[in-house]
Design a protein around this ligand. Structure first.
Ligand code: AMP
Length: 474
């Protein structure tokens, strides 16, 4: 039952500006609530459109439930900027709620407190009640928004609740499966489960390719409640009989769009066939929802609730962006010229291809610039080493492909340089969001070839601002 005084969050389903009414879909249980323009707080009656996130109180009226005291969620959260927490990449803001408002066990809340988090991020505030309600969900959000805790906390809650607890006398069965596209992300997710679940006694492990399987198999044999995995190794171990997904209750697919980019969609479909369908809760996270991901979602999720956390505003406000018009041939020279600037302390350079990344690294190294590459062809150890050197400042420039860059959790990247413009417009935003974290300033350069001006237009449309164009720079 909904408490009348409780503030709720929801997404505008539709709103007819002329008629002055519409409906909001409740985040907590997917119910539709009537919205009349008179319920909007002053200055809120303009530009209400479907997809907007609102917070409101619910009031029973003659024809059913209606929303009152309606405010846009962004306005609540933007007025409460919290700088004390560990930096968040986007939305460095809390949601107006407390963790204690979310129905979580004290063991989990204690671990959250230990992590120094003061309040849930917007995605946590929205996702946790939905997941606790055992609903399927699509979370349109990327790394840096706090999305790992958004699913890890309610999942741990589900597992600690006594009625569902694995019987300690028998071997533990995998009840939660998280599939992530890259090893780095899988490891980060596993670490998060360790941190948030440290007082729960629950066990988890991670499996990924590129390393020997024996230590992973040993861990699995000891029994785990939560398994985090990359698709290839997971399928391998299932086929060898080391993993049984027959007891999985919750499936989480992280970075759906990366799974697609990396050609994992068919593997995912195969993996799903090993999991019982009945009563399965499925959660899908993806920074963007391309048609193939939508198709996958439609086929494996059961009437999901969708939540969107858009990264745009907080990042853009503190970022200085410039675009250099340049021919393909001169890009390397321009990069070297820019790197002469000593204020470039830690630069992340984005390339379209692995081959291109290797080439740039080779030339920069020859010029005496400490640099390394991170991409899908690098071994696990090489990637971790490059990341660590970047973190500590041993290398100044990290050259990455988009796929490998996901899940990089490095603070204080002073510059993001897009050597190649991305194929997908939205990727521009994800890339520039790697700098200017937690409200700190950041600089984003992009190299645009003369025949790519149409891409630039699309980017400007997406970020709703004109970019500064630099010509005659070399
Ligand atoms: P994620 O999007 O899951 O990769 O999280 C990004 C970063 O935010 C991680 O370093 C988390 O430790 C941190 N984080 C997650 N939730 C919160 C929170 N509620 N308050 C402050 N930091 C958080």
């Amino acid at each position: 039952m909904l408490k009348e005084t409780q503030r709720m969050t929801g997404t505008v389903k539709w709103y007819n500006e002329k008629k002055g009414f519409g409906f909001i879909t409740l985040d907590s249980d997917g119910k539709d609530i009537f919205l009349h323009h008179t319920a909007l707080q002053p200055n809120e009656d303009n530009n209400i459109t479907s997809g907007d996130c609102l917070t409101f109180t619910i009031q029973p009226q003659k024809k059913g439930l209606a929303a009152i005291e309606v405010t846009r969620l962004e306005e609540v959260v933007q007025s409460r900027i919290s700088k004390k927490n560990k930096p968040l990449q986007y939305n460095q803001i809390d949601s107006g709620l407390n963790f204690a408002d979310l129905d979580l066990d004290s063991k989990i809340l204690q671990a959250v407190r230990d992590s120094g988090y003061e309040a849930p991020t917007p995605i946590q505030a929205q996702a946790i009640p939905i997941i606790l309600n055992e609903k399927d969900m699509i979370g349109c959000a990327q790394t840096g928004t706090g999305k790992t805790a958004a699913f890890a906390l309610p999942i741990l809650q589900r597992l600690v609740s006594i009625k569902n607890n694995n019987n300690m006398k028998t071997k533990r069965k995998i009840r939660v499966l998280v599939v992530a596209p890259t090893r780095e992300l899988a490891i980060q997710i596993k670490d998060s489960f360790n941190i948030y679940g440290k007082y729960t006694g629950l066990r988890n492990t991670v499996v990924y390719g590129g390393v020997g399987q024996n230590p992973q198999v040993k861990k699995l044999q000891q029994g785990v409640d939560i398994l985090v995995a990359t698709p290839g190794r997971l399928l391998d171990l299932i086929r060898q009989g080391h993993i049984n997904l027959g007891y999985v209750e919750v499936l989480i697919l992280d970075e759906g769009d990366r799974m697609l980019d990396m050609g994992f969609i068919n593997d995912i479909r195969t993996i799903i066939n090993y999991i019982p369908k009945k009563n399965r809760q499925t959660l899908l996270f993806s920074a963007t929802i391309p048609p193939e991901v939508k198709k996958l979602a439609n086929s494996i999720l059961n009437t999901p609730i969708r939540i969107d956390i858009s990264p745009e505003q907080p990042t853009l406000e503190v970022l200085k962006q410039s675009v250099f018009l340049i021919s393909k041939k001169k890009k390397q020279a321009l990069l070297e010229k820019l790197l002469v600037d000593k204020s470039i302390k830690r630069a992340l350079v984005f390339m379209r291809t692995k081959h291109g990344a290797n080439r740039v690294v080779k030339i920069l190294k020859r010029k005496g610039i400490h640099t390394d590459a991170i991409h899908g062809n690098k071994s696990q150890t090489a990637r971790q080493k490059a990341l660590q050197s970047f973190r500590t400042g041993a290398i100044r420039v990290l050259v990455a492909t988009d796929v490998a860059s996901r899940g990089i959790d490095v603070d204080e990247i002073s510059h993001v340089i897009q050597f190649d413009l991305p194929d997908e417009t939205e990727t521009y935003l994800h890339r520039i969001g790697r700098t200017a974290r937690a409200g700190a300033g950041g600089i984003a350069y992009a190299f645009c070839e003369e025949n790519q001006l149409h891409k630039l237009k699309e980017i400007e449309k997406l970020i709703r601002m004109r970019l500064k164009i630099v010509k005659n720079h070399i």
